[in-house]
Design a protein around this ligand. Sequence first.
Ligand code: RUB
Length: 273
Amino acid sequence: MGVREVVKSIKSMKTRGATKTAIVGLKTLRDVAEKRGFGKEFNQAAKKLESARPTAVVMHNVIKQVKGEKTLEAIDKMVYYLANIDDIIAFKNHKIVEKGSTILTHCHSAAVVSLLSYARKKKIKFKVVVTETRPRYQGKITAKELEHAGIDVTYIIDAAAGEFINKIDAMVVGCDSIRKEGIVNKIGTYPLAVLAHEKKVPVYFVGGTIKLDIRKKFKIEERPEGEVLVRGLPGVEMDVKNPAFDITPWKYVTAVLTEKGSLKPDKIRRMLK
Ligand code: RUB
């Protein structure tokens, strides 16, 4: 696929998830670099790919690194690193999943699925409550992948979380960007974290340190209103908002599960300085 097709695939969410998007973006840039080098065309393609999904920081961080080195080997190294990071995170952190426990997750994160599947492979039996994740229903992908990994799944609408929270032992979600204000992830993560915190349920975010985000310019992607009101609301004139991500402030975060192990908020905030 060329740059234009990949940008289209990212914007339409055929390609999604912070890590996967960055891998696909990098592979596309590799083709550009192979044909045209690391000059103007490479920079233009990089800009287009980055702005296709502007909130997640992985694509930005890996492109920055590749621009520093300007070699195909640097791209290959980055792709390899991203393709393997979730396995390392799972290996280092799967013990947070306790035997007989029930985990709450939201949206679809490859890092979360990898960690939970690894725990199951290690013969730990547990349950996962998966929220459907309006408006794009990524919870369906998560439910399917976890069920295929032999995990007992309960699928709920987002608004049912309060009804289930007393049965939950830990909340485990992915992350798009780790910033000084807090952790950016799929819209709806923040209210779930507040609920979990209120009920003294630990809140874990899973993602590599490549998601540390020191960008000054940062925006929460606003997606089309048709995703929210699919058939519209004829005769009613109103504003429809559809932010794709929210920021969970640090006070609700128990730890970030990374390739360096489980890191507490204080440690991460020092790393962001
Ligand atoms: C996906 C989402 C995921 C993060 C992390 O949102 O918020 O939790 O991207 O994913 P969307 P991963 O479906 O809008 O891309 O662990 O795969 O990097």
